[in-house]
Write a protein that binds this ligand. Structure first.
Ligand SMILES: C[S@@+](CC[C@H](N)C(=O)[O-])C[C@H]1O[C@@H](n2cnc3c(N)ncnc32)[C@H](O)[C@@H]1O
Length: 243
């Protein structure tokens, strides 16, 4: 007969980049976890691990890490295989009563891949999600500019939407955040022009990291691909406007 206590999986948001933008709960759970898992690239680099480095530096003795190497491909078959394998690995840890933290860049459930682990594990194991500061909130804070006020409407789209979807969203909503702007930057700039919203837009990349860039004059941006960690914030009221 097994005497093991049931384990717990925590999806922990670590915020967009600034290692001080983790919640107290996130830091406590990371320090006390038996295992800490995170997505990593082919070279083993992980944005989420990098952001959580201060908490990990104070990890309890014996803590082990599970880097999950994710192929850089739009092919969901490959990604699904990785999620299947890591779900099996995490399930084994949970059956042994371990506390497993999965580090999530930004917020775990806002365009977060933690959703793919949750759907594989939450029916059979105890799972808990700790919200994190998303790149959207960090962008507004960096700009010191409200995202929405009063009756303004707010929409989030991504560079994966079609040109027409981008243009329509920009025309229909007062405030729009365009995520996953990297590869789509030339199309997004064209959509901003088509919707007459170029002057309402601000561009940010690597928010909260040492290489953070903010471009308030979107007309200055070259119409070429940018980094994956980039987004546009489009609002009707710019910093300094009183109207
Ligand atoms: C898979 S989504 C993850 C979003 C994340 N869960 C969040 O809450 O912000 C990745 C996209 O989020 C945006 N993003 C995340 N972190 C960012 C950062 N530090 N600077 C700029 N954009 C960021 C970019 O648009 C990027 O393509």
């Amino acid at each position: 007969m097994s005497t093991a206590q049931p384990g717990m999986l925590y999806g922990v948001g670590v915020g967009p980049g600034d290692p001080e933008l983790l919640t107290l709960k996130a830091v406590r759970l990371i320090r006390n976890a038996d295992r800490v898992a995170y997505l990593a690239n082919g070279e083993g680099r992980s944005q989420a691990r990098e952001i959580a480095r201060l908490a990990l530096a104070e990890a309890k003795a014996g803590q082990q890490e599970i880097p999950v190497v994710m192929p850089m491909s739009r092919d969901r078959t490959l990604a699904n295989k990785v999620y299947d394998e890591v779900a099996i690995q995490i399930a084994q840890c949970l059956r042994q009563g371990e506390k497993v933290v999965f580090l999530c860049e930004g917020d775990p459930l806002f365009f977060g891949s933690f959703a793919y682990l949750l759907e594989r594990l939450q029916d059979s194991y105890s799972c808990h999600v700790v919200p994190g500061i998303s790149s959207v909130n960090a962008a507004a804070a960096t700009l010191a500019q409200p995202l929405t006020l009063l009756k303004e409407s707010f929409a989030v789209v991504t560079g994966r939407h079609t040109d027409e979807q981008l243009r329509q969203t920009l025309q229909q909503h007062d405030s729009v955040v365009i995520m996953k702007a990297g590869e789509a930057r030339p199309r997004i700039l064209a959509a901003l022009d088509a919707a007459g919203r170029r002057d309402d837009a601000r561009y940010l990349e690597y928010i909260g990291r040492d290489n953070q860039q903010v471009e308030a004059e979107v007309a200055q941006l070259p119409a070429e691909k940018g980094p994956y960690f980039s987004l546009f914030v489009v609002t009707r009221h710019q910093r300094g406007d009183s109207g």
